[in-house]
Design a protein around this ligand. Structure first.
Ligand SMILES: Nc1ncnc2c1ncn2[C@@H]1O[C@H](COP(=O)(O)OP(=O)(O)OP(=O)(O)O)[C@@H](O)[C@H]1O
Length: 252
């Protein structure tokens, strides 16, 4: 089967600094794949290079069998691959209405029947038509993230790149947004690549994950293996221990 996403030996260099040092990952259609690792390990750089927001200077990228190089992408790529960012305050223009924010991607990609699509998208993310003419600065963080998700889904993508999509939100809202994402993945058979510093979030959402360190992949494991502690790399074990310790402290 053709992979939804196939990355081979990808490198990214910023002014002589190797931020990504030869990363290879294959993600199957409909799969949820996680990327974890300490701060500065290259998680966002990898996601941004896939999205075309960063250049990549070596290796290759294929999305559903189509090959892309460097930073240039065709319009079909930008429809097929959508990204949801960590900060819904930064990623949505505050002075635009939800209607405008949803209309924009439809116009860019030449979709007709915009009325019906906007209504459907708002329902899908649990906001409903009452939110359509509100300004984004009038919304809560969770509501904004729902609009950001609607904006990504409205052009019918196949792959969602999720960069810490809930880490700017309160714990109770985080769970709601994760459940919404999981529901849309199942309903639309979407492929997810999700970056998080939180192993618990990745374990909840994903089937497999890559552990990154110093711009490289230390290990790829299934979430099932993680649960069974069937881990090869010491670094993954340390990460798991740190996240369990953190959760225990948080519960005390
Ligand atoms: N545009 C850039 N110019 C120069 N260096 C960069 C740039 N973007 C990232 N880097 C560097 O590349 C390395 C990887 O950064 P990246 O943001 O990908 O890490 P990360 O794993 O996502 O970290 P965090 O969890 O803190 O977001 C870091 O050392 C960072 O300083």
């Amino acid at each position: 089967m053709t992979a939804a996403l196939s990355i081979k030996d990808m490198t990214v260099t910023f002014d002589g600094y190797r931020a990504l040092a030869g990363v290879s990952i294959d993600v199957a259609p409909g799969e949820a794949f996680g990327i974890v690792g300490e701060s500065g390990s290259g998680k966002s750089t990898l996601l941004r290079a896939i999205a075309g927001l960063n250049h990549f200077d070596g290796g290759s990228l294929e999305v559903h069998g189509r090959r892309y190089s460097g930073r240039r992408r065709d319009p079909e790529f930008y429809r097929t691959v959508q990204m949801v960012f960590q900060d819904p305050y930064g990623s949505l223009h505050p002075r635009q209405t939800v209607d405008r924010l949803l209309l924009e991607p439809l116009a860019i990609h030449g979709f007709a029947d915009t009325e019906a699509r906007i209504a459907r998208a708002l329902d899908e993310v649990g906001l409903g038509s009452g939110f359509r003419f509100r300004f984004s600065h009038q919304l809560s963080g969770g509501q904004r993230q729902r609009v950001a998700i609607a904006r990504a889904l409205i052009v019918e993508p196949k792959v969602l790149l999720l960069d810490e999509p809930t880490s700017a939100l309160d714990a109770s809202i985080q769970a709601e947004i994760l459940n919404l994402l999981e529901q849309t993945r199942r309903d639309r058979n979407l492929t997810f690549v999700m970056v998080s510093h939180d192993l618990a979030v990745i374990s909840h959402m994903c089937e497999r994950l890559a552990v990154m360190r110093d711009g490289g992949v230390v290990e790829e494991v299934s979430v099932e293996d993680l649960r069974q502690r069937a881990i090869g790399a010491d670094y993954t074990r340390q990460l798991l221990k740190a996240s369990e310790g953190f959760r225990r402290e948080a519960q005390e």
